[in-house]
Design a binder for this molecule. Structure first.
Ligand code: ADP
Ligand code: MG
Length: 707
């Protein structure tokens, strides 16, 4: 890497947009609202479409649905007001073919332009109209006789709209920004060897190609996002994200952590369990043990399908902290789930004389004061709870291991907040001298590619095996018309001593409306199944009522539980063997998979019925089909990624990886191994260059870098 380049640091001081003529405070503000604050942000605001104005298509050669540029003379103009104002302009070309341009919004001045005989050049997508083809709201220009009517030499970019900045202004501004692109050498950050190896253009060339493609550019590739110019940008962006995550990790690991290597207590716990660990559980616990024996903080994500037995692995890890005379905390996203952990841990740990404390929002008054005192004195060795664990005023004596369950519900910030409860940490937010090891658990498997990109700051383990004796859940999709049959199925299952869930979902997922639907379903089913004990849980119930209903179901005091998706996460009732999900077509794959995971937890053959409202959209059909075909969370996650895209799979909040400007993890997955390899090399050999790549692409989002 020549030194000279590092010295230029062009992108270290991004020029403010107000240097561009025509950008006043107002426009700058609108652009800033979309995150565009510098020339560089404009360079990276890439077209979403291209229009080919390099040729004129004869009217007779137009194809419905295919955008084209057309030229002709005005033959007739008609203004109508049938339902709303409409302007119809018929133009004809030299071959006596006619095309109608139709406008619903127009000004008087516009109408005046279309004198019969005037020459009009327009661009748009023709569709069949009342009399032959027509184009609604084409972009157009009336050509005067001395007009320069030369055709464009390049494809015209169409940019994603920005509220308050018209498309023409935006295009002009981007053009001006591109005119200020620095020369190739000062702009380029990627090592030449890498570009050559991948046959990718320089950044300058790539940007110019993407914004101003030559007429003969491979437009299909451009539209698909696979053009070398785009791949070049994608590579750099992925690299920037990777580097930023890796730096977070290094910063994290620069902290000291307690060395936890005594395993006698964990062995005692294991010996007392009523089951043997699966091979996968053993393996993952082994990985955790190795991490904990290091003086650096562990940062490990454990992915494991619903029911794969993550809790016991967490408990085993906690024993290493306890045996070292320190504390472990286990945080779950809902009170119900936290309470389930509490019960499990108490049952497992109290025989070992390990003191387990409980801290949730509803623990108040004197009870709270007492728990806080136990946590602060170290009397509480394992602390289980909800977000309440992270609140100000919760001070641990010596927290050595922070376990976060169902990571998707928590953001990076929250993880850091719990970490900051480590020894010597104050509530002032200072990073403590010793930080706790972190174990993050999720039942929503993340596809391999995504995990690679999203969790470069974490080590990832997978519990990819279910405990023995589980029988697969038979899944069927039925149209809602077959609902009555299901009542009989529930009756039959419950007559055998089994339990069933009926899950209500609606399009409108406001708590109130769904709660109402659940209430109605509850009343209906209670009447039809009068011999059964029916329970109800929904989001509008008080926490205590919800818990009472869940507990009654868990304890076998109710046979059928009518519920909204509040039962989604982690609840364990092995005797439940039938689940019916209403409006299943409305739910995403991850959620369906989570819900279905509530059954098939015991040894009885289980069934899941996905009720849907026909007609099914193509996407919904694929989702239901996937659910029918597989129960493997990893396969489902891959499919989900394919159907939904990474942005929706992991919100920005969770990982900061959504919101790529150009990369698409599904399309560009093949670049990831290369990104990793190059990333590692850059971090080692040219850390400053790595910094600049991160600053260019990730910018503000890198604020966790020092975390
Ligand atoms: P999840 O990974 O979804 O959090 P849990 O930890 O709740 O799963 O475990 C699901 C159930 O399986 C619990 O009842 C748990 O006690 C049980 N379990 C865990 N590991 C094993 C095992 N190796 N063999 C048998 N049952 C197990
Ligand atoms: Mg769990």
């Amino acid at each position: 890497m020549p030194k000279r380049r590092d010295a230029v640091a062009i992108d270290a001081q991004p020029s403010a947009l107000t240097v561009l003529p025509g950008v006043g405070a107002k426009v700058a503000e609108k652009l800033a609202a979309r995150g565009i604050e510098s020339l560089q942000d404009l360079w990276l605001h890439l077209p979403r479409q291209y229009e080919d104005r390099t040729t004129i298509t004869a009217i007779g050669a137009l194809v419905p649905g295919v955008a084209a540029q057309v030229e002709g003379r005005v033959e007739a103009v008609e203004r109508g007001f049938r339902y709303r104002p409409v302007l119809r302009v018929a133009i004809g070309d030299d071959f006596h073919q006619t095309l109608v341009l139709r406008f619903f919004h127009f000004r008087a001045a516009q109408v005046a332009q279309f004198r019969p005989g005037a020459r009009v050049r327009c661009y748009g997508t023709p569709r069949p109209g009342q009399n032959g083809l027509e184009i609604v709201h084409p972009s157009y220009r009336v050509l005067s006789d001395h007009d320069d009517d030369a055709l464009g030499e390049r494809l015209d970019p169409v940019y994603p709209a920005i509220e308050g900045v018209g498309p023409a202004t935006l295009r002009r501004l981007i053009g001006l920004a591109l005119d200020r692109l620095p020369d190739e050498a000062s702009l380029e950050l990627l090592p030449a060897g890498l570009r050559e190896a991948l046959r990718l253009p320089s950044l300058r060339e790539a940007l110019l190609t993407v914004h101003r493609p030559p007429a003969d550019a491979d437009i299909e590739a451009l539209l698909a996002g696979t053009h070398p110019a785009q791949r070049r940008l994608v590579l750099e962006e992925l690299l920037a994200h990777h580097l930023s995550l890796r730096r977070q990790r290094l910063a994290q690991q620069a902290h000291a952590a307690a060395v936890l290597k005594k395993t006698a207590l964990a062995r005692r716990l294991q010996a007392g369990l009523p089951f043997r660990l699966t091979g996968a559980q053993e393996r993952v616990f082994g990985q955790i043990r190795r991490d904990l024996a290091q003086p650096r903080p562990m940062l490990r994500l454990v992915q494991g399908d619903v029911g794969s037995g993550k809790t016991v692995v967490a408990a085993l890890a906690a024993m290493l902290a306890v045996e070292a005379g320190k504390q472990a905390a286990l945080m779950a996203p809902t009170e119900l789930l936290a309470e389930q952990h509490l019960n499990n841990l108490r049952a497992w740990l109290e025989p070992l004389d390990v003191r387990v404390a409980w801290l949730a929002g509803k623990v108040t008054g004197r009870a709270r004061t007492q728990v806080l005192a136990e946590v602060a004195s170290g009397d509480a060795q394992v602390v289980v709870g909800t977000h309440a664990l992270m609140q100000q005023g919760v001070a641990f004596h010596d927290l050595a291991l922070a376990i976060v369950d169902e990571q998707h519900r928590f953001g990076v910030h929250q993880r850091l907040a719990l970490r900051d409860k480590g020894a010597g940490g104050s509530d002032g937010g200072d990073t403590p001298a010793f930080v706790p090891h972190q174990l993050v658990m999720t039942a929503t498997p993340i596809p391999r590619t995504l995990a690679m990109a999203a969790y470069a700051d974490l080590d990832v383990s997978a519990i990819d095996e279910l405990p023995p004796g589980r029988t697969p859940v038979q899944t069927v999709a039925l149209s809602a018309g077959r609902r009555p049959e299901l009542v009989e199925r529930i009756r039959a299952a419950c007559a055998e001593g089994r339990q069933a869930y009926w899950v209500c979902t609606l399009i409108d997922d406001s708590d109130e409306v769904v709660a109402q639907a659940a209430q109605t379903t509850f009343e209906g089913l209670s009447a039809q199944l009068s011999e059964l004990r029916v329970g109800l849980v929904h989001g509008r119930m008080k926490a205590t009522e919800k818990q009472a209903a869940m507990r009654a179901f868990k304890d076998g005091e109710t046979d059928l539980l009518v519920a909204t998706t509040v039962i989604e996460v982690g609840v364990d009732v092995p005797n439940a063997s039938l689940m019916i999900i209403e409006n299943a077509e409305r739910l995403g794959l991850a959620q369906l998979h989570q819900l279905r995971g509530r059954v098939g937890r015991g040894s009885a053959a289980s069934n899941c019925v996905l009720l849907y409202q026909p007609p099914l959209s193509a996407l919904a059909k694929q989702r239901l089909e996937t659910m029918r075909q597989t129960q493997d969370g990893f396969v489902i996650a891959e499919k989900d990624l394919e159907l939904r895209g990474p942005g929706e799979l992991l919100g920005t909040r969770q990982t900061g990886i959504a919101g790529f400007r150009v990369a698409d993890l599904v399309r560009d997955a093949d670049l990831l191994p290369r990104v990793h390899e190059v990333g590692e090399r850059l971090m080692e050999q040219s850390p400053q260059l790595a910094d600049r790549i991160v600053a260019r692409w990730v910018g503000g989002a890198a604020r966790y870098a020092s975390a």
